[in-house]
Design a binder for this molecule. Structure first.
Ligand code: GTP
Length: 598
C-alpha cells in the first residue's frame, strides 16, 4: 500500500527554539540536496524572513528517507510560521498533516507559543512528537524540561529525542520517530478527488499555484476540476511536488502533498481553505477548511504621492491570495485620497504586509494609525462596528462604546513578574490568575484590551524580561470602556489619517507623545507649524515646529563638508516620501512613528 510509506508533518515550536534549523538538518539527512546546495536556511526563503529571523510564509518540501526498517518513506514537511500573530497560518499547515514535531529548547522549556501550537495541533487531532533541542549547550536541562512538557503540555515526552539541530546530533532519532509515531494517511484513492488548498502563490507563467493535500482520490494533468467554494472550473495543467522547488509528476494521489496549476489567472479563484474536486464527479462534501482568520487590527493603506491606486489594489490582491488573513476594502481619506482599509492579524502582520508592498511590489505606500474594531451602540439603539475612527458617530449619539478584550497568557521567569504586572497594569490589563510552571517560571493570565496589545506589547514584554518573556493571546469579548476619538491637527488642519480612538485616561499622554514624535519627524519649513492633539474642540496637547532659517546650508560653509552633503542627501531622501497637507509636507515616516509606544 502506497500510503503506508507517506508521512505528512509540520514542525511546531516557540520562536527561536530551532524549528528552521531542524528543518534544514532533516533536509540534509534525507540527502535530497547536497551540502553545497544547502543555503543557510532553505525554508526561510523570503528576504524579509531572513532579516527578521522569523518564518512567515509556509514552505513545503518532500524528503525521501530510508528508515531503519529498510523501507523508503516519503516525508512531507510543511513549514509553519512561529510568531504570535500567525496562529492562523499554523492551523492551515496543520490541516494538511497527520502529525507535528514539537521542538522545545532544552535550555528554555515550554513557552507561550509552545502551548498555543500544541493546542492547535490537538484541535486537528494530530500526533505530537516532542523533541528536545540545543542539548549541545551547557545550560540544557533535558530531564527537567521533559517533566515540564509532561506536566504543562500533557503529553508523554520520556522518549523524546534529545538533539542538537545546530550540530546535527541525533537527527536520525527524529526521522525514526516521525516514521514510527505519526500515522500514515489513509484516504480512499478510488473516491472522487478531494484536495485541500492550504497555501498558494502566484506565478506569472503558470498562474495561481495551489499547495494541496490530497485527501481522497487522485489528480493528473488534463483533469477538469472544480473549486468548491469559489464554484469555478479549470483544467489541470500540471501537478507535482516540492523538493523544495517544484518538480512535476504524473499524478498526485490520496495522502500526497504537492501542487496543482490550472491556468488560474484570477487569484480570487484559488482560495486557501477551499476544496478542489472533479468538475464532473464531485465529492459529496467539501472539507471543513479551517476557522476563518479574523482580522484584529485595521489601518488605512494609501498610495504615496505618484503611486497608482490600481497598482496598490493589484498588489493587495496578490498578497491576499496566500494570506487569507489579510482583508481590504476601498476607503477614502480627506487627507490621503483614495486608498484601502486593510485588516491584519496583528501589528507584525501589518508591518510585514507593508514591507512586502514596498519590496516585492516596489510601491511607496502610507499606512495610517492602526485600530481595532470597536462596537458602538447609538442612542437610536443601532449597533455599529467601527474599523475607522473617521466613521465614529458624533459623541452625543453614542450610547455605549465597547472595545475588544483578549485573554493573554504571558510566561516569564520569576524575577520579572513585577515588571510584567506593572506593564499590564499600565496597559489597562486585569489579572485573572497566576500559576507556577516550574520553580523558576510563572504563567500570568490577563484580560487585556486588544487596543493596548497591538501597539508593541510583545516588544515591551521582551524588553522588560531581557527577552525571556513570551506571549500568546486570543479574543475573548467586547467590553464597555471610556473611549474617545483623538484628532491631530497640523497647522490647524485636521489630518484624518492620524485620528485614533484611545481610552480617556490615556488620551493626554498619548496626544503629547504623538505631537512630540511628529515634531521630530516633520522637517522644518519656511513657517512655524503648530501641532495639536484634540478631543472634539478641546486641545489636549501641543507642540510647534519652528520655521526654517534660510541659511541652514550657509552655516555649513567653512565647516564640515560631509555634514552639508548629508543634509542635502537627507533632503533628497525625504522628498521621495512626502505627502503635502495644505502647505505642510509630511514624510511617510511620520505615519509610522505615531504608532510606536514606549
Ligand atoms: P523562527 O523561524 O523564528 O520561528 O525560529 P526557529 O524556531 O526556526 O529557530 P531557528 O532554527 O532559526 O533557530 C534559532 C536560533 O537557535 C538560531 O540562532 C540557531 O542557530 C539556534 N539553534 C538552533 N538549534 C540549535 C541547537 O541545537 N543548538 C544551539 N546551540 N543553537 C541552536
Amino acid at each position: 500500500d502506497r500510503q503506508k510509506y507517506i508521512r505528512n508533518f509540520s514542525i511546531i515550536a516557540h520562536i527561536d527554539h530551532g524549528k528552521s534549523t531542524l528543518a534544514d538538518r532533516l533536509i540534509e539527512k534525507t540527502g535530497l540536496l547536497t551540502q553545497r546546495e544547502m543555503k543557510d536556511q532553505i525554508l526561510d526563503s523570503m528576504d524579509l524572513e531572513r532579516e527578521r529571523g522569523i518564518t512567515i510564509k509556509l514552505q513545503t518540501t518532500r524528503l525521501v528517507y530510508k528508515a531503519v526498517d529498510g523501507h523508503e518513506y516519503m516525508l512531507n514537511l510543511i513549514d509553519t510560521p512561529g510568531h504570535v500573530d500567525f496562529t492562523y497560518e499554523v492551523s492551515r499547515s496543520l490541516a494538511a498533516c497527520e502529525g507535528a514535531v514539537l521542538v522545545v529548547d532544552a535550555t528554555q522549556g515550554v513557552e507561550a507559543q509552545t502551548l498555543a501550537n500544541v493546542h492547535l495541533a490537538d484541535e486537528q487531532g494530530l500526533e505530537i512528537v516532542p523533541v528536545l533541542n540545543k542539548i549541545d549547550l551547557p545550560s540544557a536541562r533535558p530531564e527537567e524540561i521533559i517533566e515540564e512538557i509532561e506536566e504543562v503540555v500533557g503529553i508523554l515526552a520520556e522518549d523524546a529525542p534529545r538533539i542538537s539541530a545546530r550540530d546535527g546530533i541525533n537527527i536520525e532519532d527524529v526521522l525514526e520517530k516521525i516514521v514510527k509515531s505519526i500515522p500514515a494517511p489513509n484516504g480512499d484513492e478510488d473516491a472522487p478527488l478531494k484536495a485541500l488548498i492550504f497555501d498558494s502563490y502566484y506565478d506569472s507563467y503558470k498562474g495561481a499555484v495551489a499547495y494541496v493535500r490530497i485527501v481522497e482520490g487522485s489528480v493528473k494533468k488534463g483533469d477538469k476540476i472544480l473549486m468548491m467554494a469559489a464554484n469555478k472550473r479549470f483544467e489541470v495543467t500540471e501537478v507535482g511536488v516540492f523538493v523544495p522547488g517544484t518538480m512535476p509528476l504524473d499524478v498526485l494521489s490520496a495522502g500526497d502533498v504537492g501542487y496543482i496549476t490550472a491556468s488560474i489567472k484570477n487569484v480570487i479563484d484559488c482560495r486557501v481553505g477551499d476544496t478542489i474536486t472533479f468538475a464532473s464527479r464531485p465529492t459529496a462534501k467539501a472539507l471543513p477548511g479551517y476557522k476563518k482568520a479574523t482580522s484584529m487590527v485595521f489601518c488605512g493603506i494609501y498610495p504615496a504621492e505618484g503611486e497608482s491606486y490600481d497598482e496598490v489594489r493589484d498588489a493587495l490582491e496578490k498578497l491576499q491570495l496566500n494570506d487569507a488573513a489579510l482583508s481590504f476594502e476601498p476607503e477614502t481619506s480627506v487627507a490621503l485620497g483614495f486608498g484601502f482599509r486593510c485588516g491584519f492579524l496583528g501589528l507584525l502582520h501589518l508591518e510585514i504586509i507593508e514591507q512586502r508592498l514596498e519590496r516585492e511590489f516596489d510601491l511607496d505606500i502610507i499606512a495610517t494609525a492602526p485600530s481595532v474594531i470597536y462596537r458602538v451602540t447609538t442612542t437610536s439603539d443601532e449597533v455599529q462596528m467601527i474599523q475607522n475612527p473617521s466613521n465614529l458617530p458624533d459623541p452625543t449619539e453614542i450610547q455605549m462604546f465597547e472595545e475588544p478584550i483578549v485573554e493573554a497568557r504571558i510566561i516569564v521567569p520569576n524575577e520579572y513578574v513585577g515588571n510584567i504586572m506593572e506593564l499590564c497594569q499600565n496597559r489597562r490589563g486585569v489579572m485573572l490568575h497566576m500559576d507556577y510552571l516550574d520553580p523558576r517560571r510563572v504563567i500570568l493570565h490577563y484580560d487585556m484590551p486588544l487596543n493596548e496589545v497591538i501597539y508593541d506589547f510583545f516588544d515591551a514584554i521582551k524588553s522588560k524580561t531581557r527577552g525571556y518573556g513570551s506571549l500568546d493571546y486570543e479574543f475573548k469579548e467586547y467590553r464597555e470602556s471610556d473611549l474617545v476619538k483623538m484628532d491631530i491637527l497640523l497647522n490647524k488642519e485636521l489630518i484624518d489619517a492620524f485620528s485614533m480612538i484611545v481610552h480617556r485616561t490615556k488620551a493626554e499622554s498619548r496626544g503629547r507623545q504623538i505631537c512630540e514624535r511628529l515634531k521630530d519627524v516633520i522637517p522644518r519649513q519656511m513657517f512655524m507649524i503648530p501641532i495639536q492633539a484634540a478631543i472634539g474642540n478641546k486641545i489636549i496637547a501641543r507642540e510647534s515646529i519652528s520655521a526654517l532659517r534660510k541659511d541652514v546650508l550657509a552655516k555649513c560653509y567653512g565647516g564640515d563638508i560631509s555634514r552639508k552633503k548629508k543634509l542635502l542627501e537627507k533632503q533628497k531622501e525625504g522628498k521621495k516620501r512626502m505627502r503635502q497637507f495644505g502647505n505642510v509636507e509630511v514624510p511617510q515616516q511620520a505615519f509610522l512613528s505615531v504608532l510606536k509606544f514606549d
